[in-house]
Write a protein that binds this ligand. Structure first.
Ligand SMILES: NC(=O)c1ccc[n+]([C@@H]2O[C@H](COP(=O)([O-])OP(=O)(O)OC[C@H]3O[C@@H](n4cnc5c(N)ncnc54)[C@H](O)[C@@H]3O)[C@@H](O)[C@H]2O)c1
Length: 271
């Protein structure tokens, strides 16, 4: 359904790997809402080629490779995007997460610290690097909106989320800190959306994901929010309807975050 909420806006979408990706669905929704977009992902992810299908669906959007931890790649991405759009950027989706310790099966208490540095760099400090690049190049329009995706393990313990809990806490802190400076400088908004567990490549990498997602479903009055629901929320956050919202962590989880227990979980426990 087109609503023209993003008519005339230009955005960069990080992190569309395949059609399960939250970024993939967000790109589609932004395009439907009238935006022009540039797609980007790590060069190794681009080699899968999937993203070209998405680019076609989104009005032949350019696909520009960038390792989000590499400042030269980011500079090149912003330069090429501004050239393509013929103007500055109105919105950015940071939809990136990767944990080396999770991937290699290391328990939190036995963390490999070199891998942990890489995890924090890719999953959290990369938001700083994206914002810093935009800041240095003055690449964003006044009132631009930046959204990064996070998870409630930043506030509460979900044991198998491992070091990603620390990464998400850092991501949310960067959101507040840079959000402050960019707000003062150019009325740029920076927020995180804290999404329900969602079946994607990154999501399914978490140990015990099936139990995890079913539990969240039962613990949420509205049920789990889907990737498509999240994409719709991103569109609203990129639109002018939310121009006074910044430095927030916005729960998008069907009510999970504020539910103590549900009847469905009590009944399960009584079995
Ligand atoms: N799936 C869930 O359950 C869930 C829940 C809450 C939040 N999130 C967050 O949503 C975001 C998107 O994840 P997703 O679930 O759509 O999974 P996904 O695997 O589809 O997306 C993760 C993306 O990060 C990209 N990436 C990894 N390293 C990179 C690098 N060095 N440079 C550039 N890109 C890199 C990957 O290529 C991939 O496109 C992540 O931040 C994730 O933590 C996911």
């Amino acid at each position: 359904m087109s609503n023209n909420l993003l008519k005339g806006k230009k955005g960069i979408i990080f992190g569309a790997l395949d059609e399960k990706s939250i970024a993939w669905k967000t790109a589609q929704k932004c395009f439907e809402a009238g935006a022009q977009i540039v797609l980007t992902n790590a060069p190794v992810a681009l080699r899968m080629g999937e993203i070209n299908k998405l680019a076609e669906q989104c009005g032949n959007a350019p696909v520009i490779g960038a390792d989000v931890t590499n400042m030269d790649d980011l500079k090149n991405l912003f330069e090429k995007s501004i050239e393509h759009f013929g103007g500055k950027i109105d919105f950015i989706l940071h939809s990136i997460g990767m944990s080396l310790n999770v991937r290699k099966g290391k328990h939190y208490t036995e963390m490999n610290y070199e891998w942990n540095q890489k995890t924090l760099d890719i999953s959290a400090m990369s938001l700083h690097k994206v914002l810093r690049t935009a800041w240095d190049m003055d690449a964003l329009n006044e009132g631009a909106s930046v959204v990064a995706l996070t998870y409630i393990a930043a506030q509460r313990v979900f044991p198998d989320y491992n070091e990603m809990a620390d990464a998400k806490s850092l991501l949310e802190s960067v959101t507040r800190m840079f959000g402050y400076y960019y707000g003062v400088k150019k009325k740029v908004r920076v927020n995180t959306i804290s999404q329900s567990p969602t079946r994607t490549t990154a999501g399914s990498g978490v140990k015990g994901f099936d139990g995890f997602i079913n539990y969240a479903e039962k613990m949420s009055p509205l049920g789990n929010a889907s990737g498509e629901d999240c994409a719709n929320y991103c569109v609203v956050m990129f639109s002018d309807l939310t121009r006074m919202v910044t430095m927030q962590n916005l729960f998008h989880d069907g009510g999970f975050s504020f539910t103590g227990v549900t009847q469905a979980v009590i009944e399960q426990m009584e079995k």
